[in-house]
Design a protein around this ligand. Structure first.
Ligand code: G2H
Ligand code: MG
Length: 277
């Protein structure tokens, strides 16, 4: 029921995004001049939350949505049934016509992720997973790659929207070290949700990032795990959805090898109090 609804809602969101992409896109900025948002992000989030409220009634479920949080709504994951939504993951891609843009909708109960759907709009691929029930792309089962040799891997990382020189230096130093292991290649689609689905299908072995948000990765987290992959913190500890740090990989051999090279820098938690952000 919840899964069907998430799928139906994601289809509606995708149609809205595709339509908006055909006309001129008005771009605004959020935390910095490279942190972009559009009216489409805001409208699609309203559509998604509106249709879920219509189905479940006001006050029964909680919502953590990228654009609602940007407007000051709380970003706290409680035990209540909670939808975690990124209406347009890959807003910069959307603005530039770079063809990877995804809708990401996840559902958690008692802080446990139960269901995730990532709809890659322009590729027309709907990835979905329910805890314990496997992961699918357009209804076909998907599986992570079985590569254990880091020298035979492709790794994804992104560089985010914080361009402070010391952070950028650490990000590129990490990328350089991983590239020179050497791995077959480094990639990045510009959307965390799609990156995680690429891990889930076995197209790449791992995706890691510091600075992503819970709405970027919540749905992808269920999909990666149900496709047989693993999630860890960038220091090798347990994955924490609100920490803004994540390694997703096909197995722990690849994950741990990458973790050895990651230069960690601070990122305020999604659920930090405003004064700590
Ligand atoms: O395009 P968005 O939703 O800002 O997300 C970015 C990372 O924060 C790409 O995943
Ligand atoms: Mg996003």
């Amino acid at each position: 029921m919840v899964g069907d609804l998430a799928e139906k809602t994601s289809v509606r969101a995708v149609l809205e995004i595709r339509k908006a992409g055909e006309s001129e896109i008005r771009v605004m900025t959020k935390s910095s001049t490279v942190d972009l948002v559009t009216k489409t992000d805001e409208r699609v989030e309203k559509i998604i939350i509106g249709s879920l409220i219509k189905e479940f009634g006001e006050g029964t479920h909680c919502f953590i949505g990228e654009e609602s949080v940007a407007k000051g709504e709380p970003c706290i994951l409680t035990d209540k049934p909670t939808w975690i939504i990124d209406p347009v993951d890959g807003t910069t891609n959307f603005v530039h016509g770079f063809p990877f843009v995804a809708v990401s909708i996840a559902f958690a109960v008692k802080k446990q992720l139960e269901f995730g759907v990532v709809y890659s709009c322009l590729e027309d691929k709907m990835y979905k997973a329910r805890r314990g029930k496997g992961a699918f792309c357009n209804d076909e089962p998907i599986q992570v790659s079985d590569v254990k040799d880091i020298n035979k891997s492709i790794i994804i990382s992104e560089h985010g929207t914080d361009r402070s020189p010391e952070k950028v230096k650490k990000i590129f130093s990490t990328m350089q070290k991983i590239l020179c292991i050497p791995v077959h290649g480094l990639r990045g689609s510009g959307t965390a949700a799609t990156n995680m689905c690429l891990v889930a299908t076995g197209a790449v072995e791992a995706f890691f990032e510091i600075g992503i948000h819970c709405w970027d990765i919540a749905a992808g987290a269920v999909i990666v795990q149900e496709a047989g992959g693993i999630l860890l913190d960038v220091d090798g500890g347990p994955f924490d959805l609100m920490s803004r740090r994540m390694v997703s990989a096909n197995n722990d051999v690849i994950a741990k090898r990458i973790i050895k090279e990651i230069e960690i820098f601070p990122a305020a938690r999604d659920d930090a109090t405003p004064e700590k952000k």
